[in-house]
Design a protein around this ligand. Structure first.
Ligand code: XMP
Length: 482
């Protein structure tokens, strides 16, 4: 038995000491940070891979605002890959596989495709893939003869505004504006269709200048995996669908099976970043780094819905865990993700100051519109559900998904030892509003540290321990809140 002499600390145990700052405006602060060695985020925030936090709509919103979402793994491989595809399709300058139709198809067929695919227009291409025209709802909606061929109602190639395959955003915007049209087909010199730029996509791009994007201008997204051999297939399907990051999601990441999985993923998919965890010690960081991980997730039992520490007796208070892990990861130049336990923008600042490059948030984002699940009204107030991925209900659903149990017997119920709980969190509207508040708080915090960037924050951060009286003083006190 060994008892460490030092006291382990978490967010409420400390405050950051203000220091001289020459920063005049929060806007001078750069929050960009490494997600992995390869991928940078403008906003160092990741939405947690929990089934009450991240599916496609959360991942889309997170990436649009400069962070990233990690799609949870408690769904079939096919569904997870489809969710990846949904994020990748959400925004890009060029639609690489636009919906097309033959000039010989009927108006009725064109109408049907537009309804089925929920689009307002189709590119018309001939049998050799050459652009022949465009057909929109306006062309087909009121056409009297549904059997007319598309060629009779389409706008023909000669009357279309087109561009070459390497059109820039600015040039495309100008062409669309000058012609007052919404769609710009891209073609080779021989006339073969290679893609489509839409006015709507340009607007989206301009609305989110700091979005997290891949080389093709598509939003980036992560996909969580377990450590079973089937999870290699899951990884392959998600990468095929366009996933930018694999997240090996294991409660005790400093373990043989996690290390083997990281090695396997790095061998099979050398071009894709692997985030691995969770660990709470420098040794854990070293093990996963040796296995080839591209970033490490820190946090054992810190999450709002976790009861691992109660059930098992294990865990390290989160601020100490981050600081201990950062000591090792910094030497290896490996980004660290602080996962779990943050409730305020102040906690996020402390996690970053302690050495994290990014933070992963669960319950802080679970009450938002984009989180999966419907809202619930109780006593006139709106809530959403958040649950630990090791909670009883999540365990039951996982076993059903795995087909290990079809009907749950009493014995099955008693076998489950939950390490998480289910809870309500207040409904909090759009995730964008939460991100603005958190980013604003962190920016303000960094100005107290005189730090324009996160690496300078690491250097400048000085923590003091606080007593319960100090913690009480930190909140509003001795007033009646309105
Ligand atoms: P927050 O505090 O942001 O934490 O809600 C989110 C993180 O909590 C972890 N997590 C769990 N930990 N039992 C645990 O011990 C669970 O059932 C559980 N579910 C999620 C996870 O790391 C997540 O990102």
């Amino acid at each position: 038995m060994k008892l460490r002499p030092d006291i382990a600390l978490t967010f409420d145990d400390v405050l950051l000491v203000p220091r001289h700052s020459s920063i005049r405006s929060r806007q001078d602060i750069d929050l960009s940070s490494q997600l992995t060695r390869e991928i940078q985020l403008h906003l160092p925030i990741i939405s947690a891979n929990m089934d009450t936090v991240t599916e496609a709509s959360m991942a889309i919103a997170m990436a649009q605002h400069g962070g990233i979402g990690v799609l949870h793994r408690f769904m079939s491989l096919e569904r997870q890959a489809e969710q990846v595809r949904k994020v990748k399709r959400a925004e890009s300058l060029v639609v690489h596989n636009p919906l097309t139709i033959s000039p010989d198809a009927s108006v009725a067929q064109a109408r049907q495709v537009m309804v089925d695919e929920n689009v307002g227009g189709l590119v018309v291409v001939d049998e050799s893939g050459r652009l022949a025209g465009m057909v929109t709802t306006r062309d087909v909606l009121l056409a009297t003869d549904p059997l007319l061929p598309v060629r009779a109602v389409m706008t023909p190639r000669e009357r279309l505004v087109v561009a070459g395959t390497n059109e820039t955003l600015e040039a495309a915007r100008e062409k669309l504006y000058q012609a007052r049209v919404e769609k710009l087909p891209l073609i080779t010199p021989a006339g073969t269709l290679t893609g489509l730029i839409t006015a709507q996509d340009i607007v989206k791009i301009q609305e989110h200048p700091h979005a997290t994007k891949d080389q093709l201008g598509r939003l980036r997204v992560g996909a969580a995996l377990g450590v079973r051999s089937e999870d290699v297939e899951r990884a392959a399907a998600c990468i095929e669908a366009g996933a930018d990051l694999l997240v090996v999601d294991i409660a005790h990441g400093d373990s043989d099976h996690t290390i083997q999985m990281v090695k396997r993923l790095k061998q099979s998919f050398p071009g894709t970043g692997v985030m691995a965890g969770n660990v709470a010690t420098g040794d854990g960081v070293r093990e996963l780094a040796d296995a080839g991980a591209d970033s490490i997730k820190v946090g054992v039992g810190a999450g709002s819905i976790c009861i691992t520490r109660i059930v098992t007796g294990f865990g390290v208070p989160q601020l100490t865990a981050i600081a201990d892990c950062a000591e090792v990861s910094r030497k290896l130049d490996l980004p660290l993700v602080a996962d779990g336990g943050m409730r305020t923008s102040g906690d996020v600042t402390k996690a970053l100051a302690a050495g994290a490059s990014t933070v992963m948030l669960g319950s802080m984002l679970a009450g938002t519109e984009e989180a999966p699940g419907a809202e619930i009204v109780r006593d006139g107030r709106r809530y959403k559900v958040v649950r630990g991925m090791a909670s009883l209900s999540a365990n039951v659903e996982r076993r059903k998904l795995d087909n290990t149990v079809v009907e749950f017997t009493e014995e099955d119920w008693t076998e489950v030892v939950p390490e998480g709980v289910e809870a309500f969190v207040p409904y909090r509207g759009d995730v964008a509003d939460i991100l603005i508040q958190v980013a604003g708080g962190v920016r303000s915090g960094m100005s107290y540290a005189g730090a324009r960037t996160i690496p300078v924050l690491w250097e400048n951060a000085e923590f003091v321990r606080v007593t319960p009286a100090g913690t009480k003083e930190s909140g509003s006190h001795d007033v009646n809140l309105i």
